[in-house]
Design a protein around this ligand. Structure first.
Ligand code: F6P
Length: 365
């Protein structure tokens, strides 16, 4: 088996709280096994530009509490080109880096697969606030982002209550409604608008009017950014419709004045939660174990509380199947059992969304 003397670690794509905790865990686990670690700056860009630093145990001290990524991040287009990739590989060879741990989302894993295919063993760790890697129950940063939404929306609720208003809050998540749905429940929202479940817009507005008649003052609606152009339009609709109602009824209290708020990158920063630090640490250590055991092209996942590994190709096809973006031939290398397993995993995830959405609606009021 290949003897590992030095490995590289990088963070790539949108940063996520807990990435530093993962880099720390990778570093400490590798050093404990007698392997040197190079921190690669700016994701795959640092490989191309030979921009890296030797990570000692002290170098990663005090990083577990930090948001963002001290190795910086980038979505490196040059690395997608063969020429860029070859430059990256030359750097790794010159630096005598035997393997890489890449922390990020699906774009990062594509890069990991490219490196693996070119003889550089690479393991992926899911670090993204979106939680949109279907193979894992949780990605690093997801919990912290939800906590940040919760804290901010709690503040919005205070002012909504004072002024008897509604706030439509758009949250990140790319194409995934995980952040929006969970935080809608935790924030006591009257509704969540997510790509995974149909939204009854008129029914929601009727419900809000009924609740206002009963004396409810504040309303929160959480909208996932994955639902195109919905938030601002919805805020205006509620505002205008209830304003007209209040005029028709000559009852100012029936106007649910509605404001719009996009939390955007605010929820991507901040100190990682306990769960994210723990997940990042477990995944970081496991990534090193897998790499040193001679494995490559895997993504470290968490399923039902267990840390497991999944082939990156499997994880990517599963994602595409879930999102309905499979292209011809992509599934061909998988056997019937694997395909059925993927279908089952997707059914479970869809059902979980539907169940959680139903719970949210049931308790909203
Ligand atoms: O993938 C993480 C994420 O924050 C998404 O939620 C969001 O759609 C996107 O990245 C924003 O990207 P950028 O930071 O490049 O604006």
């Amino acid at each position: 088996m290949k003897k590992f003397r030095k490995i590289g670690v990088l963070t790539s794509g949108g940063d996520a709280p807990g990435m530093n905790a993962a880099v720390r865990a990778v570093t400490r686990a590798a050093l404990a096994r007698g392997v040197e670690v190079m921190g690669i700056y700016g994701g795959y860009r640092g490989m191309i530009d030979d921009d890296m630093i030797a990570l000692t145990s002290r170098e990663v001290s005090n990083k577990i509490t930090l948001g963002g990524t001290f190795l910086y991040s980038d979505r490196c287009l040059e690395f997608k080109e063969e020429s860029g990739m070859q430059k990256a590989i030359e750097t790794l060879k010159r630096r005598e880096i035997d393997g890489v741990v890449a922390i990020g989302g699906d774009g990062t894993f594509r890069g990991a697969t490219d490196l693996s295919a070119r003889g550089i063993p690479t393991i992926g760790i899911p670090g993204t606030i979106d939680n949109d890697i279907t193979a894992t129950d949780n990605t690093i940063g997801f919990d912290t982002a939800m906590q940040a939404v919760l804290e901010n929306v709690d503040r919005l609720r205070d002012t909504c209550e004072s002024h008897a208003r509604c706030n439509v809050v758009e949250v990140m998540g790319r194409g995934a409604g995980d952040i929006a749905l969970n935080t809608a429940i935790a924030c006591g929202a009257v509704a969540a608008v997510i790509p995974e479940c149909p939204f009854d817009e008129d029914g929601t507005i009727e419900k809000m009017i009924k609740l206002r008649r009963e004396g409810k003052r504040n309303f929160i609606i959480i909208v996932s950014e994955g639902v195109d152009d919905h938030s601002e339009r919805l805020a205006k609709k509620i505002n205008d419709l209830t304003k007209k109602l209040s005029e028709d009824e000559k009852n100012p209290a029936m106007w649910i004045e509605t404001k719009f708020c996009r939390l955007a990158h605010v929820v991507r920063g901040g100190s990682p939660t306990l769960s994210d630090r723990l997940l990042a640490t477990k995944m970081g250590v496991r990534a090193v174990d897998e790499l040193l055991a001679g494995k490559s092209d895997l993504v470290i996942c968490e399923k039902a509380g267990e840390i497991i590994t999944v082939d990156i190709a499997y994880s990517q096809v599963l994602d595409r199947m879930y999102k309905g973006t499979l292209k011809d031939g992509m599934i061909d290398k998988f056997n019937e059992d694997q395909i059925n397993e993927m279908k089952r995993a997707i059914e479970i995830k869809k059902q979980q969304f539907a169940d959680t959405y139903a719970i949210m609606n049931e308790v909203a009021g």
